[in-house]
Design a protein around this ligand. Structure first.
Ligand SMILES: C[S@@+](CC[C@H](N)C(=O)[O-])C[C@H]1O[C@@H](n2cnc3c(N)ncnc32)[C@H](O)[C@@H]1O
Length: 288
């Protein structure tokens, strides 16, 4: 169903390979933030996943760190708020990577959390979390978005067992071609128990700058940042999704004092002149 481009033309596809590397890279930013005295997130498990991060990801740009930290903070806040306000009893994290929210957020016990990713990554994650106790029921599910029907099967299972689900796509859509995001929006729309969908979005301007930076520092993923809709959250309206709340990354970075490169706000602000409705940040979507 969904095409996900190879993240590397040269990388391996072992558990320590490129796909897992992007997840470990995200975990390394969460570990770095968690080690700070003035930390905005506390992920005691992140360092475990970041430990074997490939040298190819050794460049840890401060902007990328700020972006991941603000995203984590705003997702944490919105997940807790949405679960309470929408009476959510199921969370489906698509391409969860090394996210550990079921273990570190104060989630209601009623929640069933589906943690989905490629099989190698999921196996490794389960091993590394073997001694950790989740706050709610967690079910690890293998998911390859390229395989037709796998996501639908998970959503159908969730539909049978829960009444109101929150879907999370964090750090995922930006890698997908537009057609795949459209397919995902339609698939989610077919499952009536999926009430809300939390995702981050990238603007065309940010894609341009980040692809350039990636080409410099991570040449193997240089050209794979793809989905950056000019119309931002409005992209999802034809598939039945409307924004409930919108959280521009730069404002969150200022609020949490993780704005180490103030120029970036100016640059993105100016670039947005060409796509005023685009968004760099997080959007909580609900059914129209
Ligand atoms: C940048 S990471 C984001 C992980 C996590 N959501 C986070 O924010 O830390 C992208 C994730 O997509 C997963 N992924 C890549 N291709 C996939 C596929 N075909 N099916 C399912 N997941 C995939 C990777 O394993 C990785 O965990």
């Amino acid at each position: 169903m969904t095409e996900i481009p190879e993240m590397s033309s040269r990388g391996s596809h072992t558990p320590a390979g490129t796909l897992s590397d992007t997840a470990a890279w995200m975990a390394s930013f969460r570990a770095q933030e968690s080690a700070r005295r003035d930390r905005r997130i506390d992920d005691p498990y992140a360092a475990r996943f970041a430990k074997n991060l490939s040298g190819r990801f050794a460049h840890r740009g401060q902007l990328a760190a700020d972006m991941v930290v603000q995203r984590t903070v705003v997702f944490d806040e919105l997940i807790l708020k949405t679960i309470a306000e929408h009476a959510i009893d199921c969370v489906i994290n698509i391409a969860a990577g090394y996210d550990t929210r079921p273990y570190r957020l104060q989630l209601p016990e009623r929640v069933v959390w589906f943690d989905t990713d490629l099989p190698d990554l999921t196996t490794r994650k389960k091993e590394l979390l073997d001694d950790a106790t989740p706050k709610c029921a967690v079910e690890f599910r293998n998911l390859d978005l390229r395989e037709a029907g796998q996501l639908a099967a998970i959503l159908e299972d969730a539909n049978r067992r829960a009444s109101r689900a929150l879907v999370i796509t964090e750090g995922l859509l930006l890698y997908l071609p537009e057609d795949s995001v459209r397919g995902l929006a339609e698939t989610l729309g077919l499952h009536p128990n999926v009430s809300v969908w939390l995702t981050d979005l990238m603007s065309p301007a940010a894609r341009f700058f980040m692809n350039r930076a990636a080409a410099r520092h991570l040449d193997h993923i240089g050209e794979i940042l793809r989905f950056a809709p000019r119309n931002g959250p409005a992209f999802f309206a034809p598939y039945g999704w409307t924004p409930e709340s919108v959280h521009p990354a730069f404002r969150v970075m200022q609020r949490i004092d993780r704005n180490s490169n103030p120029m970036i706000g100016a640059v993105l602000g100016a670039a947005k002149l060409f796509a005023p409705a685009s968004l760099d940040g997080t959007v909580l979507l609900r059914r129209l």
